[in-house]
Write a protein that binds this ligand. Structure first.
Ligand SMILES: [Zn+2]
Length: 394
């Protein structure tokens, strides 16, 4: 379990299989985001129909509502949301620093105000680990201090040091929980999801902003701290220029141990997915496909299109003629435009479905290109970019 086998490489890009307690995941993989234990507007059957292998759920959201004990009483997160494939939970770090009413951070943890009931709460590395254990995802993330994208070196250094100290505490806490579980002493209400032999792994998050020396040092110290089953790169795609993100990925790539799956957090626009796979990334998550879908924006091979555009009023064609999703096979652009103009709920589901399928197909296409060997992905990516960035359709 938590095994990662690389099947082929093309340049820095890799394709392989990540084996998790709830099944295998082919990489590179895009994970749709199920913020509140649901990928907005899409059912688990929808997600399976578009080929989703793995979903991300938000620890912060599930902790403030309905609370992890409620999820545990309803059978753990897999059973709760009726998703029997692999799940990854984030640690809540990103949310408490950005979304919630952020109050105060010290070495112990973060004090914040719940966006649901306004109550003051504290999240510590130990609590974040315990909550994720109770939810029962296959992969838990370490609780991290997220600094703003444009943070200066001193601020990024401070966040990095704290994240490293917190990583040690998360790992220790998960070790204790595993031991208690193995000893059969775990309280009934804290039993994780209905996996026969419950296992959960913890992935560290590398911070350090856009400061090369901090990224390199952070990575070295994480690797010295233990043997991990995967590693996440955090603090990118948070407002810094794209070129900076690519620079950091290029800097890290040769220094990352090849056998470790690499997860780039919060990245999911098509052009970023392609650029990051070329730079050796294996896992992605982002709310972009569903959020954009609900806003009427659809990904296509020629770039994004706005379905509300008056030009689509009598358009009989599908959103994306190359796509095999329910939306593209069944409905015309003209009908979808009508749904959005009339503010019908079906429109939100159909474009979300298409956009998730688009990113999953993009990952599938890249896997196929990587399997063709050296140079094949670069050639595929050049063609893809030429088409995606052509002016006109948007
Ligand atoms: Zn489609």
């Amino acid at each position: 379990m938590f095994d990662f086998q690389i099947a082929a490489t093309s340049g820095a890009a890799r394709t392989g299989t990540l084996t998790l307690p709830h099944g295998p995941v082919e990489t590179p993989v895009f994970m749709p985001v199920g913020t509140q234990g649901t990928v907005r507007a899409l059912s688990p059957a929808d997600l399976k129909a578009v080929g989703a292998a793995m979903v991300l759920a938000n620890t912060y959201h599930l902790h403030v509502r309905p609370g992890e004990e409620v999820v545990a009483q309803l059978g753990g997160l897999h059973r709760f949301m009726a998703w029997d494939r692999p799940l990854l939970t984030d640690s809540g770090g990103f949310q408490v620093f950005s979304l919630a009413g952020f109050r105060r951070v010290d070495d112990d943890g973060v004090e914040f105000q719940s966006h649901v009931d306004g109550g003051r709460r504290t999240l510590t590395p130990e609590r974040a680990t315990e909550i994720q254990w109770t939810l029962g995802a296959d992969i838990a993330m370490a609780f991290d201090h997220v600094a703003p994208g444009a943070a200066d070196e001193a601020t990024s250094r401070d966040a990095l040091e704290r994240t490293l100290r917190w990583l040690e505490r998360c790992a220790r806490k998960l070790g204790e929980l595993m031991e208690r579980w193995n000893d059969g002493q775990t309280g009934r209400s804290f039993q994780p999801s209905n996996v026969p032999s419950f296992r959960q792994t913890l992935w560290p998050i590398l911070q350090g902003g856009t400061h090369p020396n901090l990224r390199i040092e952070g990575l070295r110290r994480i690797l010295e701290m233990g043997s991990w089953t995967g590693l996440a790169v955090g603090g990118l795609s948070v407002g810094e220029p794209k070129a900076k993100m690519y620079e950091v990925l290029e800097l890290l790539e040769p220094r990352l141990p090849r056998p470790l799956p690499r997860y780039l957090m919060g990245v999911g626009f098509p052009e970023d997915l392609v650029a990051a796979v070329e730079r050796g990334v294996d896992l992605f998550d982002c709310v972009a496909p569903t959020r954009n879908g609900r806003n009427g924006s659809a990904f296509t091979p020629e770039g994004p299109l706005n379905i509300r555009n008056a030009g689509f009023r009598t358009d009989k064609g599908p959103v994306d003629p190359t796509c095999d999703c329910e939306t593209c096979i069944t409905y015309s652009r003209g009908y979808l435009r009508h749904l959005f103009v009339a503010e019908e709920l079906l429109g939100l589901r159909l474009l979300s479905l298409h956009n998730v399928r688009y990113l999953i197909r993009l990952a599938e296409q890249m896997r196929a290109a990587i399997r063709k060997g050296e140079g094949a992905l670069a050639a595929w990516a050049d063609d893809w970019r030429r088409r995606y960035t052509q002016p006109g359709i948007a």
